[in-house]
Design a protein around this ligand. Structure first.
Ligand SMILES: Nc1nc2c(ncn2[C@@H]2O[C@H](COP(=O)(O)OP(=O)(O)OP(=O)(O)O)[C@@H](O)[C@H]2O)c(=O)[nH]1
Ligand SMILES: [Mg+2]
Length: 618
């Protein structure tokens, strides 16, 4: 009896020794680097263990791009307290994810780059945290950077809190300064050799999770995926406990209730998960074995199914047509090429990729895929090609909505930081695309510009912006709302050079065409009729012969002849191609190649259709 009371007391005591924090910030402000440092400084690694850089960004694409795509839970123990840390993605395409995982947090670290200051995504994530009643700890990071302005940035953050209607208590935020890269944090700008002042601030300022007594209640706020275990539900236990083997009622958004069983239960420990038999209110856990669930569903006691308020999952803002590859090179480079493969893969993706929607189209070979932006869709395509898929994707379209009988389109807040000498060019460029300037101020040696712009105007803007500012512009944008359609926005200004033949290009031909355009292919590359092989230096498309061998006297192999004279080809990433192509163009994606092409490859057919389109009333 006594023992039981003692163990209850112990449990109650243990229950309280938890802090749940999410780390939020604009893209690249240093969240993941900080989480890595937190893991290191709480000694989860043996001294001799080789960990490498950013253990947290563990997906291949995350490592290559240096960005976080999926939010992740880890947990460390400091001074006897378990701190659950949630690393979140900073790119705006994944903003909805941040909003959801904040539901697991009782506190947030708002990281702000000591040079850049608050950026569009800082505003968005802070707003969400404030609305949830969280009291952020502000971390002014990267104070090691030359030209950084931590004091100005602190003031700007305060102003941002104020503009977002923070309460008195929220405005009274603690501030930590430091450099996650160099592994130190402090309450002042004085450099230290560890990040412990930050961990102390977490223990001091982040409230313990609320422990509600009663029957089981846990909202699923995040989703993990394992190819062995399938979908794993992640969330914070809000009330009572969740037990291994427990029969539960899953209450869905529409009020429907399904009975299920908790097959396996885990808590987060260090970088991994630890099996648990019971998890109490306040801790974050992962549940295996629920067959069908959605984000926002509540896991409840079978007898007392009481749901928590529904979480909205963000609406897509962009769509793209995904089709089977129908280029002449079909099936050469990929393993999965049929419409069946494509459809199954896309449908499977919707199980774990929450902001993604897939619809069948009029054609059995094409599917409409809806997502949150170029990066969101680009990452899916990149993942698929790595798995061995071949496909064709069309140009990205923003989603138009009818609101109060008016045609409306998504708008975004665009921020550009650029050396003053280029600001005129930037303003021109954005205004041409129907952007309107809101703010222009100096920020260190840079000019800081803010605009309101339809999302359509942003597609293809980045490469133009970089060319026009000698690569110096730093831009970021974030969806704000839907507003009335802004009219025609000019597309790409240059035309393209299209191959007239299906053959290998020759250095001889490419060299002759150098003054017509900048090539996307190298001498010796195989191309096909209707493939986009270069950007025309002028508007209008041109069909060219780039496969002509040098005249008979030449005995060298085609492909190597005169190759040295040709300028190197322009390399474009998948996302750059997605922003580059126009309505009548598409991209062939295979495990080995990314080729841009016309939708209609045949020259005569293309001009016939385009004439027909022009003659039809719009
Ligand atoms: N100079 C400096 N660079 C830093 C610091 N912290 C992070 N960085 C660098 O900033 C870049 C982005 O760091 P990440 O930790 O990946 O940033 P993130 O906020 O996780 O980025 P997303 O997950 O994509 O939103 C990396 O190149 C880091 O090395 C710092 O304190 N000082
Ligand atoms: Mg990150």
């Amino acid at each position: 009896m006594l023992l039981k009371a003692y163990s209850e007391r112990l449990k109650a005591k243990f229950k309280m020794n938890i802090r749940n924090i999410a780390i939020i910030a604009h893209v690249d402000h240093g969240k993941t680097t900080l989480v890595d440092k937190i893991l290191h400084s709480t000694n989860i690694f043996r001294d001799n263990q080789e960990t490498g850089e950013l253990i947290m960004d563990n997906n291949d694409l995350e490592r290559e791009r240096g960005i976080t795509i999926f939010s992740k839970n880890v947990s460390v123990t400091y001074k006897g307290v378990k701190i659950n840390v949630i690393d979140t993605p900073g790119h705006s395409d994944f903003g909805g994810e941040v909003e959801r995982v904040l539901k697991m947090a009782d506190g947030v670290l708002l990281l702000v780059d000591a040079f850049e200051g608050p950026m569009p995504q800082t505003r968005f994530v802070l707003q969400k945290a404030l609305q949830l009643g969280l009291h952020p700890i502000v971390v002014i990071n990267k104070v090691d950077k030359a030209n950084c302005r931590p004091d100005e940035v602190h003031d700007a953050v305060f102003e941002l809190f104020f503009n977002l209607d923070a309460t008195e208590e929220q405005l009274d935020f603690p501030t930590i300064y430091g450099s996650s890269k160099n592994g130190w944090m402090n309450t002042s700008l004085t450099e230290t050799d560890n990040i412990l002042p930050l961990l102390d601030a977490i223990l001091e300022h982040v409230p313990e999770p609320k422990v509600n007594e009663g029957t089981t209640q846990m909202q699923i706020t995040s989703l993990d995926y394992s190819s062995f275990l399938g979908r794993i539900a992640v969330g914070k236990v809000a009330r009572g406990t969740v037990r291994e083997g427990q029969q539960i009622a899953l209450v869905q958004a529409d009020g429907g209730i399904k009975k299920m069983k908790v097959k396996e239960l885990y808590t987060f420990e260090a970088l991994g998960k630890k099996k648990a038999t019971e998890v109490s209110a306040g801790d974050i856990c992962a549940i295996v074995g629920l067959d069908e669930f959605n984000i926002g569903d509540t896991i409840c006691d079978v007898e007392f199914p009481e749901a928590l308020p529904v979480i909205s999952v963000d609406e897509p803002t962009m769509s793209m047509m995904f089709s089977i590859n129908n280029s002449p090179f079909f099936g050469r480079e990929g393993k999965f090429v049929t419409s069946r493969h494509l459809r199954d893969r896309l449908m499977k993706e919707t199980e774990k990729n929450l902001a993604l929607r897939v619809e069948d189209s009029d054609s059995a070979d094409s599917f409409l895929v809806y997502g949150r932006g170029i990066l969101h869709l680009g990452i899916l395509i990149e993942t698929m090609r790595r798995e061995g898929f071949e496909l064709t994707v069309g140009n990205p379209q923003v989603l138009v909505k009818e609101i109060d009988g008016k045609k409306c389109e998504p708008y975004e807040n665009l921020v550009v930081d650029v050396p003053a000498e280029f600001s005129g060019k930037v303003i021109d460029l954005v205004t041409q695309r129907k952007g309107e300037m809101l703010i222009m101020e100096s920020k260190g040696e840079m000019q800081h510009l803010e605009f309101d712009i339809p999302s359509r105007g942003l597609i293809g803007l980045r490469s133009n912006m970089l060319t026009n500012t000698a690569g110096e512009a730093v831009m970021a944008h974030r969806f704000t709302d839907y507003r009335p359609w802004k009219g025609n926005i000019p597309g790409r200004s240059n035309g393209v050079l299209l191959s007239k033949n299906t053959e290998r290009t020759t250095g001889y031909s490419i060299d002759k065409l150098q003054d017509r355009g900048r090539f996307f292919v190298d001498p010796g590359d195989e191309v096909y009729v209707g493939q986009i092989i270069a950007e025309h230096i002028k508007p209008g498309d041109l069909n060219v012969n780039a496969t002509e061998p040098k005249k008979l006297t030449n005995h060298r192999a085609s492909g190597s002849d005169d190759a040295s004279k040709a300028a190197p080809k322009i390399m474009m990433t998948l996302e750059e191609c997605m922003e580059y192509i126009q309505q009548d163009e598409c991209i062939e994606v295979t495990p080995k190649s990314i080729r841009m092409r016309k939708v209609i490859l045949d020259e005569n057919e293309r001009s016939r259709v385009s004439k027909q389109m022009k003659s039809e009333p719009a």
